[in-house]
Ligand binder design. Sequence first.
Ligand SMILES: O=C(O)CCC(=O)C(=O)O
Ligand SMILES: [Fe+2]
Length: 299
Amino acid sequence: MLATFDLQRLGEKKDLDELRQALKDSKEFFAKPIEEKILNKYVPSTNAGWLKIGSEKINQKSGNTEIKEALNIRKDRIDSMDSGLIDKFIQQCHRVCLELLVAYAACLQIESKDGDNYFSNRHRYNQPSGDVLRSLYYPACKQDISRAIRADGHSDFGSITLLFLEKSDPGGLEIVQSGTKDTFIPVNQQDGCIIVNTGDLIEYWTGSSTIHRVVIPRDPSRPRYSIAYFCHAEDSTNLEKVDSKILRQDINVIDRSSLSFEDYAATKLYGQPKTAAEHLEMRLKHIHSHEVANGGLDE
Ligand SMILES: O=C(O)CCC(=O)C(=O)O
Ligand SMILES: [Fe+2]
């Protein structure tokens, strides 16, 4: 599933102002010299900090290089990067995710004592979870480099993702078209909208998630900035299929097992995860496995 929500209509003006400020702050961070950014270097055990180009390979099988930098900030702030504004932004994102999760459970008519709160009861703000706010910067490319991509095809690791883009976004975000296995179509991006993706945890629970990627736009000289809030279930949450009246009737569920995306390969390599925390650990190990193999990932 993928949806877009218009903050201009749903939110308050200050929400939009805060979003623009967050995008501006993020731009300033990436413009800093490497020596400064490295002070907040990515730490694998916390999944927080700054990742330079090439640190991640979201699809280990593809020969593509991902031209992107990222800064991960955790909901629980064990990363100790300081900013009051970020804390507030994270809280707002989490609140939006909870509302979406309630709507999602209601649409699925889940048969459980939790009812429409089935998902939200497993995403309590103060419980340990892998939630991360991630700023992304895709630098301009001088020319169209072969085998380069901004973000390779993938599903996100959590339950749902909120994606925020700049007004001047150069485009490039694509999703797999509903009803197909690997036909990518461009996402219509609009200023002031939140793009919502469903991730791996929703896939475990319902059998479906959004595969997406970011390609280099027609004009590769235009950089791209985005902010993603990856909402995760509480660490101990089980990954069992939900009992849903709607899903029982759904004959359109696509078998993704033949897709070459790394979650399946990773499952074979690391064993079947049983909880949200185990799933995240598996995915993170896998996207950094090329660095470990090269001896490049240090704590
Ligand atoms: O930058 C974007 O638009 C998407 C980023 C993304 O898909 C991700 O970081 O998981
Ligand atoms: Fe993503």
